[in-house]
Design a protein around this ligand. Structure first.
Ligand SMILES: [Zn+2]
Length: 589
């Protein structure tokens, strides 16, 4: 269970300040029932507690908390985790803050490892300066006709402007500095906050002048920087961001993430767009789930952050050449964080359109249509790799495999990687009749033992599919069903499930889990059941049909090998011939 507490790479950076021993101690001392009961009313039901799930709308309780396992699970929306994950999700805080909250509940003080080299105490006055500047810019917007006219021209309402804290930086050289000086903020702090610039001759002036300003917030809602859109014809870039400061790391932050989390109780998907105006215009059009990177490409750290809040990320790009190469870079950075539960998709907008213009000119429905037709990232990867290659020729196929492998290797080990690998082999022609079968471990193993089949990845995968959509049992051919029931003993948990589904074809996952009861098997099933579906049901059906047939073939082979070994032992070798032909004529080696 502790493994689910292992923080992501970005957490390690921050959590590095808190000794791991303290975190372990904290988890030891905390009681998940106490932690949750203080926030969600729970009732005792048998060994467990249950209540109405705080993460999805429901009328009857499907949210269950196990004091023995110190784990919660919702059978409705499949949210699950420990006391710390509960706090992160419920209170919408980051790992470190969840640790702090839990510690506070238990009356403990979080020790900090000051010796950690990453640890730099942030001067709190930088936050004060940024907060003051945000207030100042917002006030300035009211009297700024040009700025208001610009926003109105973009069809933004006052409500959206307020939700995002949009403001205006006036034309003067010292507007914000003078306003904040009156609040007692030193000019040194203003420089550190990136609000002012010091030129070579030592003159200090405001960074943002005559621009619409968009405050950039961290996930806690604190202002950490600004983005500015030019209003006049004067020199300078169209968009200008705060520089990197002690509180603003561009490679980590996403504009709009805080606002999206604030607006949405649960985030089904996040849209990554190019600029502030896209984020704001989409929010205005009803898409509260858009975020933008800040003048940098979407990098690995961004994806780690995005997938902490959602399972699906859709990146929107221009349909032009620049957009396509941006998509390629985005894909490369995402591969190391992808798995079968995390979906990445791409949308390519028509040339010259961005989400802002599209929603404004063609409406929300038009944009939604693009989202629905988004291209899965992996599909895009394989298509791009195959472009310009003759996949009918051996040479072309070999080149395709050579090109694809380094990308496949970037995907973490797991089901997704296996699927992509087999797809690459398929395209590369390795799975075609007459081609040499890949020398994987499983095909080399002469006679997989009984355990080999029951505990194999394939059996696990079939189990997982049937748990997600138990009704798919009926999609199997009657012969296959009978064969699986006959092999029940050798198929382990999958065999058990097959037998239960055969008797209870209407059963849903809750009933299945109840029948299995407490114990390691239930834990294993919960683990499998809580994984969200990455593909559609048709794809699962086909996979189940193919997978079960393949499992049965494996079993049959094992049975024959065992039988021939028995005969050989008894000296009845002539009878082995009865088994041999079926071996040599099979398509598998
Ligand atoms: Zn739920």
């Amino acid at each position: 269970m502790l493994c689910s507490l292992v923080p992501s790479a970005t957490d390690v950076f921050v959590a590095g300040l808190i000794p791991q021993s303290f975190i372990n101690d904290l988890i030891d001392r905390a009681d998940i029932v106490d932690v949750i009961d203080g926030r969600v009313p729970l009732k005792k039901t048998g060994k467990n507690y249950s209540g109405l799930c705080p993460f999805h709308d429901e009328k009857s309780p499907s949210f269950s908390v196990s004091p023995n396992k110190q784990f919660f699970h919702c059978f409705g929306c499949q949210e699950s985790g420990t006391a710390l994950t509960f706090l992160m999700k419920y209170e919408r805080v980051e790992f470190v803050e969840a640790v702090e909250m839990l510690a506070k509940d238990l009356g403990l003080t979080v020790p900090r490892e000051k010796s950690n080299r990453n640890y730099v105490e942030v001067d709190q006055s930088i936050y004060q300066a940024l907060e003051g500047a945000e207030r100042f810019y917002r006030q300035q917007l009211r009297g700024a006709e040009v700025a208001v006219a610009y926003l109105k021209g973009r069809a933004l309402t006052g409500v959206t402007a307020r939700d995002f804290g949009i403001g205006y930086a006036p034309e003067g050289w010292h507007s914000v500095s003078e306003a904040l000086d009156a609040d007692g903020i030193s000019s040194e702090t203003l420089l550190q906050a990136g609000l002012t610039i010091k030129n070579d001759s030592g003159r200090i002036y405001d960074r943002f002048r005559h621009r619409i300003v968009f405050p950039i917030r961290d996930v806690r809602g604190r202002v950490i920087g600004f983005g500015g859109r030019k209003l006049g014809d004067e020199e300078g870039p169209k968009y200008l961001n705060s520089p990197e400061t002690a509180v603003f790391a561009k490679g980590q932050e996403l504009y709009g993430l805080y606002e999206a989390r604030k607006a949405l109780r649960s985030i089904d998907r996040l849209l990554v767009v190019e600029g502030y105006m896209d984020v704001v215009a989409l929010a205005q059009g009803g898409f509260r789930n858009a975020v933008a990177t800040l003048g940098t490409a979407t990098g690995e750290a961004h994806y780690r952050k995005l997938y902490r809040y959602t399972d699906e990320v859709i990146c929107c790009f221009d349909g032009d050449k620049a957009g396509r190469s941006a998509a390629w870079r985005a894909l490369e950075s995402a591969l190391p964080v992808l798995d079968e539960h995390r979906s990445l998709k791409f949308v390519f907008l028509p040339d010259g359109e961005d989400p802002d213009s599209l929603v404004r000119d063609q409406g929300a429905e038009a944009f939604d249509q693009f989202l629905r037709n988004a291209t899965p990232g992996i599909e895009y990867l394989l298509k791009k790799l195959g472009e310009g290659l003759d996949l009918q020729s051996l040479d072309g196929r070999a080149r395709f495999m050579g090109l694809a492998n380094p990308y496949v290797e970037k995907i973490p080990d797991g089901i997704l990687k296996d699927l992509v690998k087999s797809r690459v082999r398929e395209i590369g022609g390795m799975a075609m009749p007459g081609a040499t079968a890949p020398k994987t471990q499983s095909s080399r193993r002469a006679a997989p033992g009984v355990e080999g089949v029951a505990g194999s990845t394939l059996a696990q995968r079939m189990l997982s599919i049937l748990l997600k959509v138990p009704a798919l049992w009926r999609a199997l051919d009657a012969n296959v069903q009978q064969a699986m029931l006959a092999q029940r003993q050798d198929l382990g948990l999958l065999g058990e499930l097959a037998a239960f589904l055969n008797d209870h074809p209407e059963a849903d996952v809750n009933e299945i889990l109840m029948v299995v009861g407490e114990g390691s098997e239930q834990a294993q099933l919960i683990e499998l059941a809580k994984k969200p579906l990455a593909l559609n049901e048709d794809a699962w059906r086909q996979e189940l049909i193919d997978g079960c047939a393949s499992l049965l073939r494996q079993r049959e082979k094992t049975r024959r090998l065992q039988r021939s070994a028995e005969l050989r032992e008894r000296g009845e070798e002539e009878k082995i011939r009865d088994y041999l032909p079926q071996f040599t004529s099979g398509e598998d080696p």
